[in-house]
Each structure stands twice: as structure tokens, then as C-alpha cells.
Design a protein around this ligand. Structure first.
Ligand code: GUN
Length: 276
């Protein structure tokens, strides 16, 4: 079994992005809006801030109270859309109940939507127009390609149907010539689908959810779950049983997570290149 080492590869990419970003003389600002105190978001946000500094991007964190109203967020997004030093805006998901997150995602201007969740970005993806693609799906495909894994004709099972992971990833895999089954919380006989898959992508957030008996010999397991158990970050994959059967595993931590962050910078570079 080979580990798909997203940590190592993302570090190489960060060096490359740092050099490309250094060619822009202006300040490159990146706004992160984080509402409330979700513990998984805390992990993501702190890593994003750290990597921004490493790559030469100025992060602007707007950490807002749990009870912030939607109109305040829309006002902030409007201000950031108009601010020329801000090249990318990210609203961390999930947001508290009073906020219609899709309305907020859709308020982010297309060129600053480096998360790729607004209607326009998702429409571009479906129409195969290259621009901002959501970072986790983009990072997964980039990691598989880095290891020269051929995706043509592969059976892929994605367990997640959100716009953050499942839906954009579905389109990326289809674009690569794979056959994709998208599963979710109401899927019956999940094992039937996972056992048929050459590649299983799990973004459930349930520690140990994917066990060795759910996958076929030689399958590729991509872990996108993030949970905390006894203070440790753990994924969906039950390492003990899955590592015995899989050919490749993108683990948690150190697999897809660091790739997601690197892809933000790739999306910001796309904005800068388009601006020129
Ligand atoms: N929550 C989990 N992953 C992501 C992501 O890639 N972007 C945003 N905005 N929120 C997330």
C-alpha cells in the first residue's frame, strides 16, 4: 500500500506558488470569514492562515460571533468584493443556522470566489469552463494525477453529495473519463457501491466509517473525513483494516487536507492571471 502524501506534495506546490506569487508587486489579500466556533473549522482556518503567510499572501480573518446576522455577512462580502487588495474571499462552512450559506456564497463575486461554491463557479464547472474549482475536489484530482493514477474508465464511489466535496468532485471525475456513483446518508446498501469501486472517496466525518470489508482488494481509499478523537485529528478510514487491502490511501491527517489549502492559492493565481 502506498500513501498518497498530500502533505509532501502540497509543500512542493506551496514553493512553486510562492515563486509565482512573488512576481506580483501588489499586496495579495485573502479574506476568510469564519462565523462561530465549529471545531473542524478551527483546524481548517488556522492552517489556512499559516499557509497564507508562508506563500506570501496577506490573510484577513473576520472571525464573527455565533449570533451574527446574515445581513451583516452580506454587507461584509459586498465591502470585500469592492476592495481591490482582496483577491479572494472564503466563507468557512458550516455557518450557524440563521445564515443562508448559499445566499452568502452567491454574493461573492465570481473573480474572488476562490472556493468555487457560488452559482457561477459551479456552472462553469458543469459547462467545463476552466476557472475556480472547489479546493478539496481540485486537490483530490491533482493528488491522484501526481501519483500517475489513471482515472479513465475507473469506477469511483463518492460518499458525500454536498457542493463542498461530492458535487464538484463528481464533475471532475466525469471529466477525467471515470464512472461515478454518488452516495449519501440515504443510500441503501452502501457496501454494494463501495465494493464495486476502484476508488472510494469518503467525506462523512465519522471515525472508522470505512472498513476493509467495504472495499475490494487493491482499491484506492481517499479519506476526506475530519473528526477529533481524544484530541487527535482522525478520518473516516479505519486504518488497520483498510491499509491491508488498499493499493493507495490518502490518509487523515496528511492526505487531502493540505492539498485543499494549496488549491486556494492555485485559485488565487488563476484570479491574478485573469486580472492581468
Ligand atoms: N468547510 C470544509 N471544507 C471547506 C472548504 O474547502 N471551504 C469552505 N469555505 N468551507 C469548508
Amino acid at each position: 500500500m502506498t500513501i498518497l502524501d498530500g502533505k509532501k506534495y502540497s509543500e512542493e506546490l506551496i514553493q512553486e506558488y510562492k515563486e509565482r506569487l512573488a512576481k506580483y508587486p501588489e499586496e495579495i489579500g485573502f479574506a476568510i470569514i469564519w462565523v462561530g466556533n465549529n471545531s473542524a473549522s478551527e483546524i481548517y482556518v488556522s492552517s489556512k492562515l499559516k499557509k497564507c503567510k508562508e506563500v506570501g499572501i496577506t490573510p484577513y480573518l473576520y472571525h464573527l460571533d455565533e449570533d451574527t446576522e446574515e445581513k451583516e455577512i452580506l454587507k461584509l462580502i459586498d465591502k470585500l468584493n469592492k476592495d481591490p487588495k482582496i483577491k479572494g474571499i472564503l466563507l468557512q462552512s458550516p455557518t450557524p443556522k440563521q445564515i443562508d450559506i448559499l445566499k452568502c456564497f452567491n454574493a461573492i463575486s465570481e473573480e474572488k470566489d476562490v472556493d468555487g461554491f457560488a452559482k457561477g463557479s459551479l456552472g462553469n464547472l458543469v459547462q467545463n469552463i476552466p476557472y475556480h474549482v472547489s479546493c478539496t475536489p481540485r486537490g483530490i484530482i491533482k493528488l491522484l494525477k501526481h501519483y500517475n493514477i489513471d482515472l479513465v474508465g475507473k469506477n469511483v464511489c463518492i460518499i458525500n453529495s454536498t457542493i463542498i466535496v461530492g458535487k464538484p468532485l463528481f464533475h471532475l471525475f466525469i471529466g477525467e473519463g471515470a464512472t461515478v456513483t454518488m452516495c449519501h446518508s440515504k443510500t441503501k446498501n452502501l457496501d454494494f457501491h463501495t465494493k464495486n469501486a476502484d476508488i472510494v472517496v469518503s467525506a462523512v466525518g465519522n471515525p472508522g466509517f470505512i472498513t476493509g470489508d467495504m472495499i475490494k482488494d487493491g482499491a484506492i481509499a481517499i479519506d476526506v473525513g475530519i473528526s477529533r478523537v481524544d484530541g487527535k485529528v482522525v478520518g473516516d478510514v479505519d486504518k488497520e483494516s483498510v491499509y491491508e487491502k488498499a493499493s493507495y490511501v490518502a490518509p487523515v491527517p496528511g492526505g487531502v487536507g493540505p492539498m485543499t489549502i494549496a488549491m486556494i492559492f492555485e485559485n488565487i493565481l488563476d484570479t491574478l492571471e485573469k486580472e492581468r
